[in-house]
Design a protein around this ligand. Structure first.
Ligand code: GRF
Length: 203
């Protein structure tokens, strides 16, 4: 399965996908990395892995449709079949989301539906939840909502800081994202009534 990974920065989740794909047994490959920022560190990760990348800056386009059209053209030219958002910090329009319906996934640093949006780790600490984590889900037009593919939970420990908790969650993100991609690539996911069912799962 050919992946297009959309980034805006650090790209550690991109790295997790590149590392997974380095194993010939992994059923997906990163065909294109797209960044909306020219200084995103993830672009260097792509270069190191020998994966094509491109910068599509929203500022270079008159409006959002033109920006998203350009991204779509680049993804299609690379033969991308599944788009993975990995720290991509632009909100995508309903047009783009529908254009890639059930072929567009995101990783979010909370156990959705808790804590959609930004500052999830700070909010988890403020709320006093005992468990926190990450979610890989199909993207829908409402931000951080959509059929859930994989979740991983971590404990919130007494005295946790935002950074400590973020690091504990990030470790799980790097496992969860390749796992979700593998499920899709193996054809094991069906979306029924806006729930993602994993074929062969006991539940
Ligand atoms: C991750 O925490 C991801 O869940 C969120 O943005 C962060 C991106 O980190 N959507 P990285 O760029 O993958 O290192």
């Amino acid at each position: 399965l050919k992946l297009g990974v959309l980034i805006s920065g650090r790209g550690s989740n991109l790295q997790a996908l590149l590392d997974a794909a380095a194993d010939p047994a992994f059923p997906a490959e990163v065909a294109l990395v797209l960044s909306n920022k020219s200084d995103a560190y993830g672009l260097e990760r792509a270069a190191k892995a020998g994966v094509p990348s491109a910068v599509v800056r929203h500022k270079d386009f008159p409006d959002k449709p033109a920006f998203e059209q350009a991204m779509t053209e680049a993804l299609e030219a690379a033969g991308v079949e599944l788009v993975c958002l990995a720290g991509f910090m632009r909100l995508l329009s309903p047009w783009f989301v529908e254009r890639w319906h059930d072929r567009l996934i995101n990783i979010h640093p909370s156990l959705l539906p808790s804590f959609p949006g930004l500052d999830t780790h700070r909010r988890a600490l403020e709320t006093g939840v005992r468990f926190h984590g990450c979610t890989v889900h199909y993207v829908r037009t409402i931000m951080d909502q959509g059929p859930i593919l994989v979740q991983a939970a971590v404990p919130v420990l007494p005295g946790d800081t935002e950074d400590g908790l973020a690091a504990r969650v990030l470790e799980q993100e790097h496992r969860a994202y390749p796992m979700a991609v593998r499920l899709i690539a193996e054809g094991r996911v069906r979306v029924v009534d806006e729930r993602a069912e994993v074929v062969g799962d006991a539940a």
